[in-house]
Each structure stands twice: as C-alpha cells, then as structure tokens.
Design a binder for this molecule. Structure first.
Ligand SMILES: Cc1cc2nc3c(=O)[nH]c(=O)nc-3n(C[C@H](O)[C@H](O)[C@H](O)COP(=O)(O)OP(=O)(O)OC[C@H]3O[C@@H](n4cnc5c(N)ncnc54)[C@H](O)[C@@H]3O)c2cc1C
Length: 427
C-alpha cells in the first residue's frame, strides 16, 4: 500500500451526497480522453443535472486510443471510427466540450482552473483525467527528425505519414504498443526491427512463457526482434537514419519509434500541492487529497485491496470504471473501486486478453497448446487465482475474471478444463 495515501473520504461521507455541491453543481473535467468522457457520461446517467464542462487540449473530440497502434495505423480503420461519441451526443447530454484548450494551473483556494489563454473557469467539483505523455528517454539522437512516439492521434498521423514511402522502421521497446506497431507496420510491408533492453518482450507485465511466445510470433512474421539489446544512440546527422546498440551493432532505419511507456500527467496536480507518487494518489472513490478534486484513468494511483498494493493502471477498462466510481461519489452514491484489472492487445490474428496481475504468482497452469495458437495461462499465488493470460481464448479469460474477483482457489488440475473449474467455482 502506498504510504502517502490520499486523505480522501470513503463511503458514508455526507458531503459527497448529491446536495450542497451536489446535483446542480458545476463539474469541470480536465482531459477529454476515455476517462474524462466516461466521467461526464456517468454523471449524467447518475442524474447530475448541473453543468458539466469537459476540457481537452487536443483538437479532436474524445477518441479511442487503442486503434492508433492497430487498425488505424495499419490503414484498416478510418478516422471517423475513432470517435467515442457522435458530435450530437454532447449537445444532447448537455456536456460542454471544449477542445483545443489547455489548462495550465489549478487555483484550489478559489476553486477555478486557469487555461493557457488566461481564462478562469470556476468549479464545484473538479475531475482530473489528464492521462499522460509518451516517455522519451534521454537517448542521444532522440530529438532528431524521423524519431516518433505514439500516444495521440496527431502522433499517430505523423508516424503513419512517415511510414508512407519508408522501407525500414526501428522500434525501441517491445511492450504492447511497440509490438502492435510492429504488426501494423509489417501489414504495410515495412521491414521492422524491434529492440528490447530486457531479455524478452512484454517483460513488465507478461509471463516469460507468454513473452517468449509473442517473440516467436513476431519473428515468424519476419520482424527482426532483438532482446537484451540496449540502445546507445539514435544515429543520423540531419534526421534519424538508424539505431546504434550498446554492443556497437547498427540497425538501419528510415523511421524510429520510441515505445518506452508513459509519463503520467501529474504536473497540474503536483503544482497545486495534491499528493502524488507516480500518479495522483486517490482513494477507492477516486478522490484526491483535496476532497473536491477527483483523479481518474492513467494518471491516478489507488490502493488495491485485491492486490495489496497501490496500482496505477493504463487501460480502457480502468479509465471507464474509475470514472464511474468518481461520478458515483460525486452524485452521493459512493461505490468503492477495487477492480480485477484487464487489458487486451491485438497483434496479427492474435487476440491477447489478460485478467489480473501476474506479479507474485508461484504456480502456473496451462490450458491449450501454444503451438496451435490458442491457449490460456492461469497464475496462482498460495493457491489463489490471481491472473490469466488468454491467447485467442475468450471463454477462459471471462471465467478467470470472475474467479479472480472471488479470490477463488481452484484445483490446478481441474483448471486445465475451464468448464469443470467454472462449474466447481459456481457450486
Ligand atoms: C497506441 C495505444 C494503444 C493502446 N491500446 C490499448 C489496448 O489495446 N487496450 C487497453 O485497454 N488500453 C490501451 N491503451 C491505453 C488506453 O488508451 C488508455 O489507458 C486510456 O486512453 C486512458 O484514458 P485517460 O482518459 O486516462 O487518458 P487519455 O486517453 O490520454 O486522455 C487524457 C486527455 O487529457 C488531455 N490533457 C492532458 N493534460 C491536459 C491539460 N492540461 N489541459 C487539457 N487537457 C489535457 C490529453 O490531451 C488527453 O486527450 C492504448 C494506448 C495507446 C496510446
């Protein structure tokens, strides 16, 4: 558990009931991404009838990020399929959407947010949903033209334009985004190198077996995937023309993508004195150390009872569900948030779904055959199911979600047959 726990107020806090600053109060949301939009929508569904202002610095209306490395980048999904809501939704739901507006400061004493243009917008309750920015590690050459990162639609468009007419792409980092871009770029006919400092792909979140399997998958599709490959520099005089590894090897590339994770967007919160530690610290109702300010999505860190430590999750599911928890608390119907995290990734014809977190697992049970491209890995800790990695195995994934939430102790032998395990779990 984090030591600097947000001093938020939990269930039973009368001030969070929908009166006073309640149903007719002005809720301002900073960040018009998945979490911010979900919060606005959840407030309306819960009956909040006061003004809701959703402020986003990007020019685009709220959109889905997952396709940016998948169907949108490969060219299979057009831009108009990215929007989370049709334009008419915002008027119908009476949500004031302000795009292209950057908030530069919070004035907690006066309960106002200040925009880059100097405008002050007052709030009764504030929700921070600022996501984060793609990390650019201090690699020599990282600022050269031809070096890209991928978080926003504008960055996806810039990367896509650069790939047009390019022959070779080098990707630094074999996490989900790096690997998804590799698959999309192969579909577009590029030669792709993926350079990973760890000894396997997806080392931060996936089991060795799964990471190794995905490594083999990419090599099978012709990707030059190198592990234990530290990057010394991105090379090039006027623009990037390759990557030099720490052992001296040089990889030629017309385009370089750095896929090295996310810096959570905490600068506004930090400057305003809210408790932060790799994310804004929130309680089970998404409330920060200021009782009138909530934080949700990729930038929020909460204590997980289920996993016994603080978590900051970067997933669509978390953005949506934590947003609902914040809206519920604001509307006076608090419901604590302690999710079984889940996540998906699409690479080539493979759908990966992960439920739970594998960290700390001491036993793994495999169901299905990796050779056949459909299998599930169940991870247990002290006999309790804590995670499931499912490759083209949706039923196993869905079963595991329920079992993890219930802290089930399945018989590992029976787990190999998910139908039996589920029947036993339900009985
Ligand atoms: C390429 C890619 C692929 C992904 N694939 C998957 C996947 O397959 N499955 C999955 O579950 N998750 C995936 N994710 C993660 C998922 O998209 C995020 O977890 C989710 O978008 C988080 O939502 P959010 O609202 O917290 O942050 P964001 O969606 O980042 O929204 C935050 C918004 O706040 C805005 N903002 C920040 N600061 C300010 C400010 N000062 N003023 C005004 N506006 C501000 C930003 O511009 C941004 O639009 C992917 C992410 C990326 C980038």
């Amino acid at each position: 558990m984090t030591s600097r726990r947000a001093r938020g107020v939990l269930a039973g806090d009368q001030s969070s009931k929908g009166s006073a600053a309640g149903v007719s109060s002005h809720i301002v949301i900073i960040g018009a991404g998945q979490a911010g939009l979900s919060a606005a929508e959840a407030l309306r569904k819960r009956g909040h009838d006061g003004p809701v202002t959703l402020i986003g610095e990007e020019d685009a209306p709220p959109y889905q990020r997952p396709p940016l490395s998948k169907g949108y980048l490969s060219g299979e999904l057009p831009a108009d399929r990215l929007w989370l809501k049709p334009p008419a939704f915002y008027d119908m739901a009476k949500i004031t959407l302000r795009t292209g507006v950057r908030v530069t400061a919070l004035d907690r004493a006066a309960k106002r947010v200040i925009t880059a243009d100097g405008e002050a917008i007052g709030y009764d309750r504030l929700i921070l949903a600022t996501g984060g920015a793609a990390r650019r590690p201090a690699i020599p050459g990282a600022d050269l033209p031809g070096v890209h990162v991928l978080r926003t639609l504008a960055e996806a468009d810039a990367l896509s334009a650069a790939l047009q007419g390019a022959r070779r792409l080098a990707i630094i980092g074999a996490g989900y985004i790096g690997l998804e871009v590799a698959a999309s770029a192969r579909k577009r006919g590029l030669e792709v190198s993926v350079l990973e400092a760890a000894d396997r792909p997806m080392s931060r979140t996936a089991s060795p077996l799964l990471g190794g399997w995905f490594g083999a998958l990419h090599r099978g599709y012709g990707v030059d995937l190198q592990v234990s490959a530290g990057v010394a520099a991105i090379t090039g005089a006027q623009r990037a023309d390759g990557v030099r590894l720490s052992d001296g090897e040089r990889i030629e590339a017309d385009v370089v993508l750095i896929a090295a994770g996310l810096n959570p967007g905490v600068s506004l919160a930090e400057a305003a004195g809210l408790d932060c530690a790799d994310g804004v610290l929130v309680d089970a109702h998404a409330r920060t150390s200021d009782r009138d300010i909530f934080a949700i999505g990729d930038m929020a860190r909460f204590d997980s009872e289920l996993y016994g430590r603080s978590l900051r999750l970067e997933s669509v599911q978390n953005a949506i569900e934590q947003a609902k928890a914040a809206a519920a608390a604001i509307c006076g119907a608090p419901a604590p948030y302690d999710p079984v995290p889940w996540f998906w990734s699409d690479q080539y014809a493979i759908k990966l779904q992960i439920a739970g977190l594998i960290e700390g697992a001491d036993q793994m049970v495999r169901r299905g055959d990796p050779e056949e491209g459909a299998f599930a890995l169940f991870h247990l800790k002290d006999g309790v199911l804590i995670a499931c990695e499912a490759v083209n195995s949706a039923p196993e994934f869905m079963t595991a979600q329920r079992m993890i939430a219930a802290r089930a102790r399945p018989d590992p032998d029976r787990l190999r047959d998910v139908t039996v395990a589920m029947r036993e779990f339900l009985s």
